[in-house]
Design a protein around this ligand. Structure first.
Ligand SMILES: Cc1ncc(COP(=O)(O)O)c(C=O)c1O
Length: 364
């Protein structure tokens, strides 16, 4: 698995695809005000950014309804996740990191960098018929907790399966964890999950645990993946400790300015979320109609069961100019993940799928 981890960021379709549905980005782009803010901040590219990101943290605190001491920002939420794991494992003799099977690949990278053992709680099988797959079982994860456990990482919903814990399940999980274990709930995709299938955010649930952190990002619904900015919410003492671990000046001037401007343009974000949900449902419905099992999940992508090695299928889509994501780094050799695109990109993908996946389905 370690070779696969090393190549995780390189794995993917060939570059230069006309339709890029391989990276869970927003196909709708940043808010116009965010682009304008980037242009203005770019003129000050010779100046270091505000190391404390004060304006952004205050804007986020207002947005989330918490005090600014509960917010820290990072180089994408991936940067914060790496720091959170390193911080929680520091000084432990044999630190353990727990997550569900098929969790976001960065968790494994973070555990490796922290010299920690990485343990995965088994999940249910793949999609079949019209049913999503990869359901998560809180009891299976709690069974893995022992005295060495330093961090539990929950992508809710997860990537690459879109699987989620309901509010009830998440409450039970947090209640079952010792107080000295850091719990990180990664809500990168929460915008695409809200109000569906029992999903609830940590804030909606009002969960209390002395070491509970929530990470969020501007890379998905805000369409700012290229700017690399995310944030963490948690108890002030823990947030301050974590903030002391980060690379200094880690969020650029353009990223800080863009994030603030995007928070001020909620109509754009809401339209992107609506467009994503429509595209996700359209993709799942169409693929199921072809006889291909799909996990629609609650992210901005669907996970497709091929029942055969993904490599040739990824190449076949590339032949149609459509980039989709193979999932070998997740140990999922017979699945692909396809991000939601604009309506015309979804149309191009589905037209290609009518050829590529209809053939796959006929071989099943
Ligand atoms: C579950 C999950 N968490 C976090 C991230 C990281 O996002 P970023 O570092 O862009 O904030 C991703 C990116 O795809 C993700 O899938």
């Amino acid at each position: 698995m370690s070779d696969q981890i090393a190549s995780a960021s390189a794995a993917g379709p060939p570059p230069g695809m006309a339709v890029r549905l391989s990276s869970n980005e927003s196909p709708f782009g940043p808010a116009p005000a965010a682009l304008e803010a980037i242009r203005r901040a770019a003129a000050e590219a010779h100046l270091y950014p505000d190391d404390q990101a004060t304006a952004l943290r205050e804007r986020l605190a207002a947005h989330e309804g918490v005090e600014a001491a509960r917010v820290a920002v990072g180089t994408g939420s991936a940067g914060l996740l790496m720091d959170a794991v390193a911080h929680a494992c520091h000084g432990a003799a044999a630190p353990g990191v727990l997550a569900f099977e098929q969790a976001f690949v960065v968790y494994r990278l973070a555990a490796r960098n922290a010299g920690a053992a990485y343990l995965e709680a088994p999940t249910a099988g793949p999609a079949s018929g019209d049913e999503d797959g990869y359901a998560r079982d809180v009891g299976a994860l709690l069974d893995l907790v022992d005295a060495d456990t330093r961090v539990v990482l929950i992508d809710n919903p997860g990537n690459p399966t879109g699987a989620h814990l309901t509010g009830e399940q998440l409450t039970a999980l947090v209640a079952g964890l010792p107080e000295d274990v850091t719990v990180v709930v990664d809500e990168a995709y929460h915008d695409f999950a809200t109000g569906q299938r029992g999903y609830a955010t940590v804030a909606e649930l009002g969960l209390a645990h002395p070491r509970l952190l929530v990470t969020r990002t501007f890379s998905k619904a805000h369409g700012l993946a290229g700017e690399r900015v995310g944030y963490v919410l948690g108890p002030p003492g823990l947030v301050a400790e974590l903030d002391a671990w980060r690379v200094r000046f880690n969020v650029t001037r353009t990223a800080q300015a863009a994030a603030i401007a995007s928070l001020d343009e909620p109509a754009h974000v809401a339209a992107c979320i609506r467009g994503t949900l429509e595209g996700r449902a359209r993709m799942a419905h169409h693929l199921r109609g072809l006889g291909v099992p799909v996990t629609e999940g609650l992210g901005n992508f669907v996970t497709v069961e091929l029942g055969e090695p993904a490599g040739p299928v990824v190449e076949a889509f590339a032949g149609h100019g459509v980039g989709v994501r193979p999932l070998a780094p997740y140990g999922m050799d017979e699945q692909i993940r396809v991000s939601v695109g604009t309506p015309s990109e979804v149309g191009a993908f589905l037209a290609a799928a009518d050829e590529v996946l209809a053939e796959v389905a006929s071989r099943r």
